[in-house]
Design a protein around this ligand. Structure first.
Ligand code: UGA
Length: 439
């Protein structure tokens, strides 16, 4: 099939590459000329495992191309995806101006008699699909034929290609048989269960799913605080409750809390939507509060041990919001570093993929960024592990101890083994696990 994707960010670009990889012909559209030029020259603007190979393979096969022109994209496709950002506003509600802009751009180039399915893949508040349909009708030519479909995306950054190729489910919201038939054909190669709903339900599924996952994380983080106060081990507790198939072990890893461009934004948006609809979802406010308190408890534990942070040399491993990505948006690590700096600490940090973004966005300019985990730890009075990069679990711990001025490790992602750390003589603190160590 021929399709286009408007917006070539994480979701649009990875979706475009994967649709091409199963045999469709895909045009990725973006209004950023530098991004399109870079993609046309073979440069991938984001780090996502496996993405570069998929893009190269499909560009070479003639199934994937990039353009600035919405008209080019719409002309050459039966299905037009919208995958543009839906950023948060100050009050937590969603800024839908990019979606509206794209709806108007599509309306401007839709030709009468040329049926198109316009699919919203961006995460949007319930009822946005109706607005998109109204907008296209209002600004389009008479006789333009189209249907609007909601098709939320559930990929995770860091494993986006495999999530897209092997999805748990595909949600398609539409009342139009014609649009649904095309969507079934489009997704048939992925051999995943397709759940057909109305547009509103499909839109709601995305916010409800992300909120539930965030709830799971906050739940185990609240349990981790009780574990710390009582001497229990949160990992054992998570294993024990996760073995119940109704609960499941996934997303029960205690840590510094969730970050990223999705959960914080989507939970705030779902709260705002519920309030607008007159049915406030107050449980989600508690999810947010626990998420925030997790990093505060962590900082308190650091202060309790180090006493005064001013002029302390602190190493931080990890800048991205989680491992296997270069994305630093709403990263807990960046907030934590900003707080340490505010309290007068000297921070040296390392991240396998996130440092260019930190430099480009001029975040935490007072922090010194270095080229390896051990270099960051050199002479440090304390080390913070802020992101769950696999590489950090591989560091030679005796070299780490030699490098540090005092062997104190605050593990915000429970990446290292407490017994090993204590045995090696580190003062080691993690989240919700017993034993502060001697050091
Ligand atoms: C999330 C969802 O998992 C995707 O299904 C969804 O498509 C995406 O948002 C989106 O809305 O676009 P993502 O933000 O890429 O994906 O990352 P996750 O793997 O879900 O992690 C989110 C945060 O939760 C990270 O900061 C991670 O460190 C944290 N986390 C995750 C925990 O603290 N504990 C866990 O057990 C799992």
């Amino acid at each position: 099939m021929d399709l286009s994707i408007i917006g070539s960010g994480y979701v649009g670009l990875v979706s475009g590459a994967c649709f091409a990889d199963v045999g469709h012909h895909v045009v990725c559209v973006d209004n950023n000329p530098q991004k399109i030029e870079a993609l046309q020259a073979g440069h991938i603007p984001i780090y996502e495992p496996g993405l570069e190979e998929v893009i190269q393979r499909n560009v070479a096969a003639g199934r994937l191309r990039f353009t600035n022109s919405t008209e080019d994209g719409v002309d050459h496709s039966e299905v037009v995806f919208i995958a543009v950002p839906t950023p948060p506003q100050a009050d937590g509600s969603v800024d839908l101006s990019y979606i509206e802009r794209v709806a108007r751009d599509i309306a401007a180039v839709l030709k009468p008699g040329q049926y198109r399915v316009v699919v919203d893949k961006s995460t949007v508040p319930v009822k946005t699909g109706d607005k998109v349909a109204e907008t296209i009708k209002r600004y389009g030519q008479k006789g333009a034929e189209f249907d609007v479909v909601s098709n939320p995306e559930f990929l995770r950054e860091g494993c986006a290609v495999s999530d897209l190729m092997k999805p748990d489910r595909i949600v398609v919201g539409s009342k139009s048989d014609r649009a649904l038939a095309l969507m079934q054909k489009l997704y048939q190669p992925f051999m995943a269960p397709i759940l057909v709903t109305d547009i509103n339900s499909a839109e709601l599924i995305k916010h409800a799913a992300n909120s539930f996952l965030a709830l799971k994380i906050s739940y185990i983080n609240a349990v981790s605080a009780i574990c710390e106060a009582s001497g229990a081990d949160v990992e054992k507790v998570a294993d024990g409750i996760g073995m119940d198939k109704r609960i499941g072990r996934n997303f029960l890893n205690a840590g510094l809390g969730y970050g990223g461009s999705c959960f914080p934004k989507d939970i705030a948006a779902f709260i705002a939507i519920s309030e607008q609809l007159g049915v406030p979802f107050t449980l989600l406010k508690e999810v947010q509060r626990i998420n925030q308190s997790q990093r505060e408890r962590f900082l308190k534990a650091m202060r309790d041990t180090l006493w005064i942070l001013r002029d302390k040399k602190i190493a931080v491993w990890g800048l991205t919001f989680k491992g296997d990505t270069d994305d630093i948006r709403s990263s807990v690590s960046i907030d934590l570093i900003a707080e340490l700096i505010k309290e007068g600490a000297h921070v040296t940090a390392y991240d396998p993929k996130g440092m260019d973004n930190v430099r480009n966005f001029k975040l935490i300019p007072e922090a010194k960024l270095v080229d390896s985990a051990l270099e960051a730890a050199q002479g440090a009075e304390a080390l913070v592990i802020a992101t769950e990069w696999h590489e950090f679990a591989q560091v030679d711990l005796s070299h780490l101890k030699e490098a540090m001025a005092s062997p104190m490790v605050f593990d915000g992602r429970n990446l290292l083994n407490p017994e090993t750390m204590n045995h090696l003589g580190f003062h080691y603190r993690s989240i919700g696990r017993p034993g502060a160590g001697k050091g």
